[in-house]
Ligand binder design. Sequence first.
Ligand SMILES: Nc1ncnc2c1ncn2[C@@H]1O[C@H](COP(=O)(O)OP(=O)(O)OP(=O)(O)O)[C@@H](O)[C@H]1O
Ligand SMILES: [Mg+2]
Length: 322
Amino acid sequence: MDVSDLLDPRLLVVTGKGGVGKTSVAAALAVAAARFGRRTCLVEVEGRQSLSRLFATQPWDFTEREFRPGLFGLSIDPEASLREYLDMFYGARRLSRIVTSSSAVEFATSAAPGIKDVLLIGKVKEMERRRRADGRFAYDLIVVDAPPTGRIVNFLRAPDATTELVNVGPVRQQAQSVIEMLQDPARTHLQLVTLLEEMPVQETVESVAALRDLGVTVGPVVVNRVLEERLDEAARKALDDLDAEELRGVLAGADLAVDAAAAAALLDVGDAHLRRLDLQDRMRADLADRVALPLFELPYLWDDRFGPAEVERLADVIEAAL
Ligand SMILES: Nc1ncnc2c1ncn2[C@@H]1O[C@H](COP(=O)(O)OP(=O)(O)OP(=O)(O)O)[C@@H](O)[C@H]1O
Ligand SMILES: [Mg+2]
């Protein structure tokens, strides 16, 4: 596994702890892939419209739409998946219209919790296998903005649990072919996103182990929001050597008058920055050592608002590295 393998598979399931940047990273990976000329579909599964908001497009729904050249968006919901699934296997449009009310989905999913996930991943599998008229795959890459790490292992165990629950028929076949897709290293990578902080690192280490146990391939770990060194050698030395009074003197010499409290605050900010960089270094070494996977770092962007322009900037970093 190498950083250059980041966009290799046909399906990337992007996951990680809540709030680490799964949605942002999924978007940036898809944009980078589209720039390389790959027909790419971004998929949302939780119905939160996070991706359409990030790209400032119309809300996404169960119809794949090309929202910019080579880049498609889709929002999968279990009810629409169930309807499509019944159509596909039974050709029973009328039946499926009656069966797939929200309460029917509710019933099916409470009877066998795994079914909901089978339906969601089943839709992704259909897209992954779909061919165009000329025989090429419909999509070169599918990027799924998946649920947080806490749920992802269950999400992946779901088809397995369903296989046990539903021993016959097309649901079982569907569950099995979904597992096959997820466990095929040429087709699927689990794409973990993390931060260089204690809890996300710990959770990432545990997730990698659990995912490997489930027989899925984990791609290079994306480390998001990495702080850049903002102090040069001289500034570091000044922080080490000077007390607040001396700093005031130095700044006065440069025509910057600050009072004692401001000088002390400046030293504190500098120290905090150095401590965070130091923590980052330790977390990076710890993570790399414990997951035994290459790390791919994305910078912390200091913008008030994270929108389409910021996604492009993260995509720039990905593009440059590949
Ligand atoms: N590289 C970055 N630099 C600065 N801010 C970032 C970066 N990546 C993401 N963010 C910000 O961090 C926050 C969380 O990002 P995002 O929504 O992508 O996380 P998530 O893992 O999808 O969250 P959730 O678990 O709620 O789905 C957002 O406000 C986003 O704008
Ligand atoms: Mg998200």
